[in-house]
Ligand binder design. Structure first.
Ligand SMILES: Nc1ncnc2c1ncn2[C@@H]1O[C@H](COP(=O)(O)OP(=O)(O)OP(=O)(O)O)[C@@H](O)[C@H]1O
Length: 305
């Protein structure tokens, strides 16, 4: 049992046209986390988030939020969640403030909330402008302000930095990172960008083709990126054969012999074996695996993120 989870799903699944687009996904999002839901386009992130928000009905599986089943406590649960899914829904012919008022009526919150939410996303000075005159970044920030309006316990953001320029991305990132500390919020956000999740999230779920491949703390994912050692010699095939007879398991590719998990002593020993056989060793290098390498290992696909 994951009793401390704010969000948990049990075998959450969605089938469209006979294809499982989300399959047996078990998410656990804990209180105060920024949980990054990471996966390439089409992996099933939006579909999963829509099921969490009651916008799409699961084909199978259950969603539990704040310890209660979404299916049977829908409106009380949803009233405590703020969300931004796909493009923000606003009225272009109304000002930012007027849009916030529309949302205020739906949520039944005091005026002070509008002020604070607009301040957080730094739209205070632009609130009397019509939204159709907003830049993409301002529209996105308004979307976040609308999601924040009731200062919900849980904030769900689908690709919150999509379409923003680098400065806008930085701003939204800092804003999101401040929310758990400032307001005790739990944030669940999706992205197809590894770097973004790396910079914001405390935990991560990696999804590909509808399947959850990894879930856990960011540190655990990073620890998978242990360093590896590569050696370059003037006769890699001969050195490889020799080392195989001595209990080492090098991989000979791209002009280097690659070793996983060798300690210092083993490295110097392997080096000595090669040198003593008369093969010159010209490089010994350490490589830190990037998160992208880890992702590619998990998915088994040469797919750019
Ligand atoms: N209403 C629908 N009817 C049929 N297929 C759908 C529907 N919604 C999504 N899909 C399909 O489900 C798969 C997952 O889509 P989803 O939008 O969840 O992916 P995603 O990970 O959010 O990617 P993206 O960032 O591109 O939105 C895709 O192949 C998509 O075409």
């Amino acid at each position: 049992m994951h009793t401390d989870s704010i969000v948990s799903t049990h075998n959450l699944s969605k089938r469209y046209n006979n294809v499982w687009r989300v399959h047996k996904v078990n998410l656990y999002v804990k209180q105060g986390e920024i949980y990054g839901f990471l996966g390439p386009n089409g992996a099933g992130k939006s579909t999963s988030l829509k099921m969490l928000l009651g916008l799409t009905k699961p084909t199978d599986g259950r969603v539990t939020i704040f310890g209660r089943e979404l299916h049977s406590h829908r409106s009380s649960i949803l009233s405590q969640i703020g969300s931004l899914i796909e493009s923000p829904s606003y009225y272009g012919h109304l000002t930012g403030l007027e849009n916030m008022r529309v949302m205020q009526r739906l949520r039944g919150v005091p005026d002070a909330n509008i002020k604070e939410a607009l301040q957080i996303v730094r739209l205070e000075d632009q609130k009397h402008k019509k939204v159709e005159q907003y830049s993409l970044g301002m529209k996105q920030r308004l979307g976040v302000a609308m999601a924040l309006l009731a200062f919900p316990k849980l904030l769900v953001l689908d690709e919150p930095t999509n379409g923003l320029d680098p400065a806008g991305i930085g701003e939204i990132r800092e804003l999101i990172k401040s929310l758990p500390g400032r307001y005790g919020m739990t944030v669940l956000l999706s992205s197809h960008l590894l770097s973004e999740i790396d910079q914001m999230a405390t935990s991560v779920g990696i999804i590909n083709d509808g399947e959850l491949l990894f879930q856990g703390k960011m540190e655990v994912l990073r620890a998978k990126g242990q360093s590896s050692i590569s050696m370059k010699t003037l006769d890699n095939s001969a050195a490889e054969k020799l080392l195989l007879t001595r209990g080492y398991m090098p991989m000979n590719r791209k002009g280097r012999l690659h070793f996983e998990k060798l300690n210092d002593e083993q490295i110097s020993h392997a080096n000595q074996i090669i040198v003593e056989s008369g093969i010159p060793v010209v490089r010994i290098e350490e490589h830190q695996k990037s998160l992208e390498d880890i992702f590619l290992e998990l998915t088994g696909k040469e797919r750019s993120l």
